[in-house]
Design a binder for this molecule. Structure first.
Ligand code: ZN
Length: 342
């Protein structure tokens, strides 16, 4: 099969189109012929590498994908060849205590497709049968692939972990990343009032189109926590979605007493200083999570399929141009999801 192969870490040039043996589905596994893949910031980090990452070369990047069932491994009963599917990229053992308790994204042997396991920048990928969800006839593969990881992540954080309720207020730090845009839509759908801090007017307009109620332009006022405090009548917000990390000091200030600070990543860097006095004196909770459970995936993708949540699509590149697609994502010009046509 054709695939984007990574033989070493490095700049986008290390991504090359090549031939790789088509994987064969084992017991309980399904071979999926991909039609669309979507990029995530994770793909860039995997390409660059980090201390301790161990890849089996050549590696194939990509967590998100959708296509059709091409072959069935032994023992697969719930799928038929030709069925259209979207991929849940969370790989769990299904047997450990965490998996059995329904927290499969806390599995002791957890892997993410495209991170330590070969992923979706390819014509074919093999997955356990329970990592697929059937696509309704009217939902395009590209849309489903673009939604999967970011909506799954945002849903698990806001709904499953933070227990967001109607009537609460949510501040999203960042206006254009995939998880942030999904968070804005999910918070609105849940009945929350949504505040967004963004870096420029164009990105804030995109946030507004997703349902944000209050927009704060940090290019005009770096001290955005003060703006949040003023907009909330000096109360602060119930929930802050902060996937930047280095912005935690401002997020603590913007939170109401008893507020929850949610984090699924740290685009601004992994290490930063925090002032603990905010945490205890304001009764703050910091809630971390990674990806989501099988149950979350079915729930949030059901809302995408029903048209209640709308992934924002940016550029679509042919698979062979994965390098250009990653350069585009790395440039931070994107307004929504960048996808690959396989
Ligand atoms: Zn497990």
């Amino acid at each position: 099969m054709k695939a984007i192969l990574l033989h070493q870490h490095g700049a986008p040039e290390v991504l090359t189109l090549g031939e790789f043996p088509t994987p064969q589905p084992g017991h309980g596994q399904v071979l999926v012929k991909l039609k669309a893949a979507a990029l995530n910031r994770l793909d860039l980090w995997v390409r660059v590498g980090w201390p301790g990452i161990k890849l089996e070369y050549p590696h194939i990047p990509g967590a998100d994908g959708a296509g059709e069932v091409a072959a069935l491994g032994e023992g697969v009963t719930q799928w038929q060849v030709g069925q259209r599917v979207v991929i849940n990229s969370n790989l769990s053992c299904g047997r450990c205590a965490e998996c059995l308790a329904g927290w499969d994204n806390r599995c002791r042997d957890w892997h993410l497709l495209g991170e330590t396991v070969r992923g979706t920048y390819a014509e074919y990928v093999v997955l356990p049968e329970h990592n697929l969800l059937a696509l309704p006839d009217d939902v395009e593969e590209r849309l489903a692939a673009a939604a999967a990881l970011v909506y799954h992540t945002a849903w698990h954080s806001l709904i499953t972990r933070a227990g967001l309720r109607a009537g609460e207020s949510v501040l999203v730090v960042g206006a254009s990343g995939g998880v942030n845009l999904a968070s804005i839509q999910i918070a609105r759908l849940a009945g929350a009032t949504v505040y967004v801090v963004g870096s420029n007017a164009e990105k804030l307009a995109l946030a507004e189109a997703q349902g944000a109620d209050y927009l704060i332009d940090r290019s005009k006022d770096e001290n955005w926590s003060k703006a949040v405090f003023q907009l909330t009548n000096r109360r602060g917000v119930d929930v802050v979605v902060d996937n930047v990390g280095t912005t935690f000091p401002q997020s603590f200030r913007a939170a109401a007493k008893g507020g929850r600070i949610l984090t699924v990543g740290n685009t601004g860097g992994p290490k930063f200083e925090i002032d603990n006095r905010f945490i205890f004196s304001k009764h703050l909770s910091i809630i971390g999570s990674t990806m989501g459970t099988h149950q979350d995936f079915a729930a949030v993708m059901g809302l995408v399929f029903a048209g209640k949540l709308h992934p924002v699509l940016d550029r679509d590149f042919p698979l062979s141009d994965a390098r250009l697609a990653q350069e585009y994502l790395e440039s931070n010009q994107q307004m929504g999801k960048v996808t690959l046509a396989v």
